[in-house]
Design a protein around this ligand. Structure first.
Ligand code: HEM
Length: 389
């Protein structure tokens, strides 16, 4: 063969072999072996053995599936950890309060010591960084506040902080109660159609719709319909991501045009295009006002930066923050509501106390507002509505 052709081929082969060597031997075999040995011998931290490529993902999925199949027979049993994280409990019993385990070839240390957890979470040393998120998660939630570190995190935080000051949050309360009232009305209407005014409803689904509605309104204001479309695409992407979270991720698999990947790419494009559409229409608003919702405040902060103030976010970064807020604020709050209603049904005495308090402080025909919320001491003490970032 002509040496002009042969040389590039040889070079290509050398590159491919060294990549394969680095990926399989160094990253998938040698590195996990050295890390496990180092922790075991130098710090006495042991853990379940690393399995080639998949780490402990197989065992985690199996234990979680077994736990999911168990029936919740004692509703007042508050020992939930065996259902949520059975793998951690199993390894804690085997290896102690701190152990090393593997998400694929990524090492993780789990600690059960609260004091240690407090020190790590409040440490300013810069030693404890956030986990490197898998590409599927980054595509889903964007490189927003939850995944950012260091100066980028500070810059984003500076732009977003004003959206969460107390006055702005208070202004959002009427939007929130409005959404909650339409859900209450919908449920009443459904019940009214039945003879005995009783009906069965999947409340978890209803709360998902409610929290999506609230985030779409508070983040995107007048553009909330488009916001909900973006949200639907993100919801479908979440399902794909969660279904593959513990599967072995071979490099390159994400680029193959499989049916799942093609659906994923389509949804990612829809999500981005819809968010861009919302942002563009806001930027072209004639009066130069961007609005009082989260998006408006982000755009306003960036516009003020063009005049030489504060920090700014690029268009892509704003899109990423929109994705982050949808994801961070949706499932968390809807599950909190479902869980609260579940607990109130298990403890009717508390249901009665809280209902009496609401009726006492807000009356029968007044909707709760910022002032009356402050007076709901029983509910606050029970942490029934308390969350600020
Ligand atoms: C019950 C409800 C919620 C719970 C339990 C919850 C939980 C958490 C936790 C544990 C973190 C820290 C994550 C980490 O640093 O690794 C976090 C951060 C965050 N959450 Fe929530 N969250 C809730 C509601 C919300 C809502 C409603 C929003 C927005 C609309 C939101 C947006 C965020 C953001 C942006 C961050 C990152 C903050 C930063 O790093 O500066 N969360 N949340």
């Amino acid at each position: 063969m002509d040496s002009i052709l042969l040389l590039p081929l040889v070079a290509l082969l050398v590159v491919a072999i060294s990549w394969l060597w680095d990926y399989t031997v160094v990253r998938l075999i040698w590195r996990p072996h050295c890390i496990a040995k180092e922790f075991r011998e130098k710090q006495g931290i042991r853990g379940p053995a690393y399995k080639f490529l998949g780490g402990n993902n197989g065992e985690i999925s199996r234990l979680k599936e077994e736990a999911d199949d168990q029936v919740l027979d004692n509703l007042r049993d508050h020992n939930y950890l065996p259902r949520i994280a059975p793998h951690f409990l199993k390894w804690r019993a085997q290896y102690g309060e701190a152990f090393l385990f593997w998400y694929g070839a990524k090492p993780r240390i789990c600690i059960f010591d609260y004091e240690l957890a407090r020190q790590i979470l409040s440490s300013k040393s810069g030693h404890f960084l956030k986990n490197d998120a898998p590409p599927t998660l980054v595509a889903l939630m964007g490189k927003g506040l939850v995944l950012l570190e260091g100066t980028d995190w500070v810059r984003h935080r500076r732009v977003i902080n004003p959206a969460f000051n107390m006055d702005k949050l208070k202004m959002m309360i009427s939007t929130m109660t409005g959404c909650a009232q339409s859900l209450a009305k919908e449920l009443e209407d459904v019940a009214a159609k039945n003879k005995d005014r009783v009906t069965e409803v999947d409340l978890n689904q209803k709360f998902r719709e409610l929290t999506a509605d609230i985030i779409a309104h508070t983040a995107f204001g007048s553009s909330y319909q488009l916001g909900k479309e973006a949200f639907q695409a993100q919801h479908e992407l979440t399902e794909i991501t969660m279904a593959t979270l513990f599967q072995v991720q071979l490099p390159g698999l994400n680029y193959l045009p499989t049916e799942r990947n093609r659906r994923k790419w389509r949804l990612q494009k829809n999500l981005r295009d819809t968010l861009m559409q919302i942002i563009r229409s806001r930027l072209s608003s004639k009066d130069g006002e961007y609005g009082n919702d989260l998006l408006g405040l982000m755009l306003g902060a960036c516009a003020s930066d063009e005049q030489g103030e504060a920090s700014s976010l690029s268009m892509d970064e704003i899109v990423d923050e929109c994705k982050t807020f949808f994801l961070a604020g949706h499932e968390t709050t809807s599950l909190l509501l479902t869980w609260t209603v579940f607990l109130l049904s298990v403890y009717p005495e508390w249901q009665e106390r809280l209902r009496n308090e609401v009726l006492r402080e807000c009356g029968t025909d007044q909707c709760p507002d910022a002032n009356s919320l402050g007076k709901l001491k029983e509910a606050r003490n029970k942490n029934l509505f308390l969350y600020t970032i």
